[in-house]
Design a protein around this ligand. Structure first.
Ligand SMILES: O=C1C[C@@](O)(C(=O)O)C[C@@H](O)[C@@H]1O
Length: 182
């Protein structure tokens, strides 16, 4: 059965948004191969070493590896990019115009400063989820302001690295619902 499902997926799912797959009376909707871009901003390359009381002990590579595994289980292609440079992050957002279904972004310190990154995200009209590992609202007042939250599809903070998974699952759910209603 797995073999049949995979063959069906290979033949059809690339071209179709969803595949109706009835098997022994059970109807299964297989998701299209959604594409998700995950962006991490400045200093997140230091995860694991950086203020572990606030950001945990997992490295960024470990967090992203487990997120990619989760994405694969849901037939989602996940691309990850981290940069300490605002310009690189903006250029990466532009480069993905028309190429991804959703963005998950932890803008890190740029959350509180970057109108340019907000405008970049709006310029490509792709829904995005804002993630913060720590609970920014329980920290210094300057972290309570975000240039992203009011235009984000959703905002997750304070769940640690689990927040990335929560955003990914929410994004998949939302994309599937959108597909099924089209
Ligand atoms: O770099 C970061 C990380 C952060 O985005 C978080 O994930 O909790 C919170 C930001 O305020 C901070 O500048």
């Amino acid at each position: 059965m797995l073999f049949i499902a995979q063959a069906l997926k290979l033949d059809k799912a690339k071209d179709e948004k969803s595949v109706y797959f009835p098997f022994k009376g059970i109807s299964r909707i297989m998701s299209a191969n959604f594409k998700v871009l995950v962006l991490n901003g400045p200093n997140l390359n230091m995860l694991g070493r950086r203020e572990p009381d606030k950001y945990g002990t997992q490295t960024l590579a470990e967090v992203m590896q487990s997120l990619i595994k989760c994405a694969e289980q849901h037939d989602v292609t996940l691309t990850h990019f981290q940069s300490n440079s605002e310009a690189e992050l903006i250029n990466t957002i532009h480069d993905h115009y028309g190429k991804v279904d959703c963005i998950i972004i932890n803008p890190a310190a740029f959350t509180h400063t970057s109108i340019a990154m907000r405008d970049a995200l709006l310029s490509i009209s792709v829904p995005f989820y804002e993630v913060h590992i720590s609970n920014v609202h329980a920290r210094e007042p300057f972290r309570h302001t975000s240039y992203f939250s009011d235009v984000a599809k959703g905002v997750i903070c304070g769940l640690g690295a689990t927040g990335y998974h929560a955003a990914l699952l929410a994004a998949i759910d939302q994309l599937r619902n959108q597909n099924n209603s089209n």
